[in-house]
Design a protein around this ligand. Sequence first.
Ligand code: SF4
Length: 466
Amino acid sequence: MCGVFGVWAPAEDVAKLTYFGLYALQHRGQESAGIAVSDGHRIVVHKEMGLVAQVFDEPALTALRGHIAVGHCRYSTTGASVWANAQPTFRSTPDASLALGHNGNLINTRELADLLEAQPGVAGVPATSDTDVLTALFVSQLPGVPGGVENTAAAVLPLARGAYSLVFMDEHALYAARDPYGFRPLVLGQLEHGWVVASETAALDIVGASFVREVAPGELICIDEGGVRSRTIVEPRPKGCLFEHVYLARPDTTISGRGVHATRVEVGRRLAAEHPVAADLVIPVPESGTPAAIGFAEASGIPFGQGLVKNSYVGRTFIQPSQTIRQRGIKLKLNPLRDAIAGRRIVVVDDSIVRGNTQRALVAMLREAGATQVHVRVASPPVISPCFFGIDFASRDELIAGHLTPDEICASIGADSLGYVSLDGLIEATTLSADRLCRGCFDGQYPVPVADRDRGKYVLEVSTQP
Ligand code: SF4
């Protein structure tokens, strides 16, 4: 997962708007950040490893002058976590340049790389990730397609399979495109004098843009002084990611007309009905477990309270790229409120269990703080399969529910009881139609078949030097 943001707005400081947009999307990717800006004549890109606030300061933003910008904050799913893979990617020909930000994961990168290698004059694959392969292929086609970037996008993007919510630009226009399944979110917003495209509606709120609509699955949008043009480039087959509703998206974001917070509270209510328990206190694993804990408390009649303090300056645990960092992250992240916990039967509500490391440490932590019982309730079904569309669940072997039953997981994490919300319960809580959702990580049924050769990460040798 990653965050993407784009803006077309003469008379606005587009670099600063993009900075604030990326700030609002920081939860979607914390490894690197970048902004590309065009003044109508040339594109300038600034990108670096680190959080948005670490990558940009006032002088860096001031140097990015223009009226079109695209921004990206990255969490790697394909390609290593190195500077060379930071986005926006940038490629140019004598006639045109392209800067591109991608949220998602392509599942035919090798096939696209083969197409790229077959281009006259291309020796080897001069690219390091699925996004870079796509950008290089795109730019290689630019000279041959009348109509520039817009028509090239319409010709090249249908070749890509998998998940892509894209923002991209040449010197003259801003573009946005979404794969035909709409795995990852992408929305269009309007400023007083301009347009914004962002991964989530929360980013529109932060820059003062009003929500216009979602970019439709299979749609290509072009924004320039002529306004917004739209065309369908691939036949839509909507299958939005169910996990966005559970964990990925901000609670103050709206997906398909439904507030994410409201969905998560409803999941908590259903969890209480499906897995009742006698207890004294319901506590969330902050922050993403909070809405479901509120719903659980409301439906069960058990008081809601805070029992864990989160250090907000530590990133999400499973978003970090190495196991060593993940394990250290768990201990850095949460501390119990002993007065609230001691002598009580605790229900602790979490958004999901991926590897089980967090929950094992959490249960031990609550017992050490004096809990007499610890009941774990999970606001998503067991994650049994990897995701190939932009979430780094890694391999099935690393997923605790990929090889253990819920009872075995309960024993493994040391809880007194464990209950997951059912898949039907979760889907009903979103109020969306089941056939418009991808739920591959929960039931192993992927909307797009994934070939064996595309199941690994696409990583080429890259220089780690900026
Ligand atoms: S497999 Fe899971 S995480 Fe991946 S897109 Fe589908 S629902 Fe989302």
